[in-house]
Design a protein around this ligand. Sequence first.
Ligand SMILES: C[S@@+](CC[C@H](N)C(=O)[O-])C[C@H]1O[C@@H](n2cnc3c(N)ncnc32)[C@H](O)[C@@H]1O
Length: 283
Amino acid sequence: MFSSEVGVRTGQVQSMREFSFSVREFERARKLIHRLAGISMSDMKQDMMYGRLVRCLRAKGLKSFEEYLDLVEADRGRERQAFINALTTNLTSFFREPHHFPMLAEHARSRAGAGAYRVWCAASSTGEEPYSIAITLAEALPAARVEIVASDVDTQVLETARRGVYAEARVRELAPDRLRRFFQPAGQGMLQVRPELSTRIDFKRINLLDADWGLRGQFDAIFCRNVMIYFDKSTQRRIIERFRPLLRPEGLLICGHSESLQNHADLFRSLGRTTYAPVLRPA
Ligand SMILES: C[S@@+](CC[C@H](N)C(=O)[O-])C[C@H]1O[C@@H](n2cnc3c(N)ncnc32)[C@H](O)[C@@H]1O
C-alpha cells in the first residue's frame, strides 16, 4: 500500500510512495509547468502533482521522477503535451456562471446585421462552455452567421470537446426544450451535441503563453473564464494586453468569478459581473 507523504517541506521526503518525489523534483516540475503553460503551483500542490504525474511514470515504465522530468524536458512533442495535460485543472459545466449568457444574448442581438458574430472561448476545457455559448447564440441570432473558436492548451480535453458526447447527468440542468433541440441520444446514457451546434465551433489547441495565437480578425466577445487564476500577475497582464486588439471596439471580455480586471483599468472597463469592454483611446 502507498500512503501519502508527511512533512513535504522538510526536504526529507518521508513517504511510503511508489516513487520518491523530492522537494527538488517538485521544484523542477513546478518550474517546467510554469514555463510551458504559465501555471503557477503553490508549495501546497506537491501531493497533487505527485498524484497526477505518477500515472505518466507508470505508463512509460520509468523508475524515478528524475528520469521522467529528463524525458519531458528533452521532448518537444507527446511527452511534453502529456505532462501539460496531466497538470491542467479542467473543471467546467454547461452554463457555468449563468449570468454571462443572457448578457451575451443581449450583446449578440444588439450586433445583429453587423456581419458574422464571432466569439473566442480561450480556455474551453471539455466543451461545455463553447457549447453553452453556441446554444445561447443559436437562440439569440437564429438566422445569423456565428463563428466560435474554442481553444485550450490541453489536447485531451479538446478531444472530448470535439466529440461532444456527454453523460446525461452532465446535461440534466438544461431545460428540456434545449435538450431536445441541441442534443441527440448517443446510447448508454450519453447524449451528443447536434451538428447544428458543433459545426459552428472550430476547436484548436492554443497555449495562451504562445507568442502567436494564430487567430485572424476581431471578435465580438472573448470568454476567458477561470484560467487567469492559474497565472502570475505579469503573465495575466501580457495576455490581457493581447486580448484588446483582438476585440472589436464594441466587444466584450468575459472573465471568471474571481478574475477582476481592476488592475488593468487602462485597458478594460467594467460592465459589471466580471464582464468588460475595451477602453477606447482617443483617435
Ligand atoms: C478550470 S478550467 C475552466 C474552463 C472554462 N473556461 C470554465 O470556466 O468552465 C481551466 C482551463 O484552462 C486551460 N488552461 C490552462 N493553462 C492554459 C494555457 N496556458 N493556455 C490555454 N489554456 C490553458 C486548462 O487546460 C483548463 O481546461
